[in-house]
Design a protein around this ligand. Sequence first.
Ligand code: VG1
Ligand code: CO
Length: 556
Amino acid sequence: FTVNTLPTEPIEGQKTGTSGLRKKTKVFMGENYLANWIQALFNSLGDEVKGKTIGLGGDGRYFNKEAVQTILKIAAAAGVKKVFVGRDAIFATPAMSALIRRRGLYGALIMSASHNPGGPEEDWGIKFNYSSGEPAPERITDAIYGFTKNISELKFADIPETNLSQLGTHSYGGFEVEVIDPVEDYLALLQEVFDFDMLREFIKRPDFSLEFDAMHAVTGAYAGPILVNALGAPASSIRNGTPLEDFGGGHPDPNLTYAHDLVELQWSEQAADLGAASDGDGDRNMILGKKFFITPSDSVAMIAANAQECIPYFKSGLKGVARSMPTSGATDRVAEQLGLKCFEVPTGWKFFGNLMDAGLCSICGEESFGTGADHIREKDGLWAVLAWLSILAYRNKDVPVGGKKVTVEDIAMEHWAKFGRNFFSRYDYEGVESDAANEMVEHLRDVLANSPPGTKLGDYEVQTADEFSYTDPVDGSVVSKQGLRFIFTDGSRIIFRLSGTGSSGATVRLYIEQYSSDVSTHNMDAQEALAPIIKLALDVSQLTKFTGRENPTVIT
Ligand code: VG1
Ligand code: CO
């Protein structure tokens, strides 16, 4: 094929956030916007990518199919030898991470803005994952950004559009595109991790029910083959199981606010024993029992506590555990009792990869509905669902059909009795004006500077008040300004961060945590238990004064 070179000019603001580049779809559809970023990516990879094979797919949102054709042309011109593309441009984030690892790919591009709504008026996004399946580290994303700032030409291979709806290989000169099933490799991996026979036996029990909400997003393409075909769940246990370009107009974020249909069901008499949902690109999950919500910070701790017994992949024990800084310390308590190393990293999955590659961490999680393990290098929604199914199946294997089953709630109550409960909540203030958010952050920096250990804030005494920075224990790289935190002498914490995944304006996140070892408090509602410390957080930050917001847009 021939390569056409076209002139271009740098476009401002193509800087990667917490997880890839996310903007309004219209922005990406603007002249050269996508092409510039893709060209900058290949420029930053340089000769290293020549002759290599990469993956390409996404969460099914609007503009993905069109974007594939542009990306293929630039990849071919950059000297890539072969691209595996998911059928219909589909690939869940965890499945792509699995594909990279299983097929030894150089890396992959994932087209997704995760849980952000999709469509011409909504969001689009793209990220690059590297050779062990992990989101590109900052040294690569910084390099890409550098190239976007002085890009002057685009190189497109003159190849025809590839038909994405049929499996098969297309050769264009020395360049190959193979359209593959996006489920196969991922399912094979999950079969190695979990005891599918045990899960199948459990799922077919007449006294067990599962309800999975794919939220019209990418896991719709996976739930059928995995939960129904491989594990025998009835097809009726999948809701919103068709991936749609606009996610049915919804906000594909599996939390108590946006997964309202599932939440309603789980709080009704028809509640399933296990209710679960996943997000736009399939890396997040929500776990519900009957009238019971497992907060994600607890989910990772509970999975870690049960993993060795219930999941074959972990049968020889865990190498260590990790959580992001704002995530509650529930996992730390499990690590302490099990004698495991526990790491605290900044928000975003890219920081877990190094720990895993170095054999330091088996299970990790984030409070933002992200749970995962070292079978891949991304958080993994369906993995979390199968992990909970495994715990339930294992704990109920001696309970006769019709007997008193161990429930999701029982597992949580037992866990808290053993480890104590870390009450946790996150308040999101979405769509705040950027200047107002930044002023509040400046104000909080002043408060931090004037809160040495021993300072009394309300009824709480400051142990440390600082801005989180992180030194990677494996490669020594340092990141700073990762969240403002007040840690009190009783272990309670108040944390403020600005989101790095939005496409416009600012989102303020407030994270609140308080520990209790007193069993009589454990069935309290988290909002009730945390009310005093939430009030303190709002007072200290003067959030309402700065942002004009009386209430958060989302509470999790
Ligand atoms: C949010 C979450 C973070 C998560 C990130 C990507 O980032 O807080 O924990 O890793 O989204 O998740 P931020 O910067 O907006 O707080 V996903 O499922 O959107 O790729
Ligand atoms: Co996601």
